[in-house]
Design a protein around this ligand. Structure first.
Ligand code: TMP
Length: 206
């Protein structure tokens, strides 16, 4: 039985998810809510190993199908060992990315059929969905500049601009199709305004 709430943060590279994640965590903790902060791919020892395999620049090409299955393998482990137990305890789970990222990156970026992703989603999640998803949106060029400033680029960050444009388009499409759950936050605004937006959305949940 799910007692806590499940919030996910999504967006392209360098849109400021990490900064906002700590704002959300503090906001919720100040309301007396116990929060588990986690991320995908990752969140458990095994899933973090899969993350490393997925993000490292590999000598061997990772096929699109392998990439998709590793994302869901990590997710299955994450749901089973971290997300579901936390929600059952009544904690709130705050995850830096979840399945909308698969629709955006593997669906939009790699062109994998959405119905296949939906099948895996059903198989792995058995109906588990976030209660709220914040989609941080910014022009690709801006995000990439920020990502480059952070240092060396991972396997995804090394993709071409066209890939990120497809990712952004897929995210926005998904937000349109799931407008009750996915709220778009304009990540080009000042941090203060972004925080105001987030706060307005969270207040309706606590
Ligand atoms: P990040 O957490 O630093 O944003 O890095 C995670 C990378 O993994 C990011 O480039 C997006 C990618 N990703 C996918 O391609 N599919 C997924 O399902 C998830 C969760 C992440």
């Amino acid at each position: 039985m799910k007692k806590g709430k499940f919030i996910t943060l999504e967006g392209g590279e360098g849109v400021g998810k990490t900064t906002n994640l700590s704002f959300i965590r503090h906001f919720l903790e100040n309301q007396g809510i116990s929060v588990v902060v986690t991320r995908e791919p990752g969140g458990t020892k095994l899933a973090e190993k899969l993350r490393q395999l997925l993000l490292e620049n590999q000598e061997e090409t990772i096929s699109e199908k392998t990439e998709l299955l590793l994302m869901f393998a990590a997710r299955a482990q994450h749901i089973n060992n971290v997300i579901n137990p936390a929600l059952e305890r009544g904690d709130w789970v705050l995850s830096d990315r979840f399945t909308d990222a698969t629709y955006a990156y593997q669906g939009g970026g790699r062109n994998i059929d959405t119905s296949l992703i939906a099948w895996l989603e059903q198989f792995v999640q058995s109906g588990l969905q976030p209660d709220l998803t914040l989609l941080f949106d910014a022009p690709i060029e801006l995000g990439m500049q920020r990502a480059k400033k952070r240092g060396s680029l991972d396997r995804f960050e090394n993709e071409q601009l066209a890939f990120f444009n497809q990712v952004r388009k897929a995210y926005l499409h998904r937000a349109q199709q799931n407008s009750e759950r996915i709220k778009i936050i304009d990540a080009t605004q000042s941090l203060e305004n972004v925080e105001k937006n987030i706060q307005q959305l969270l207040i309706t949940m606590v």
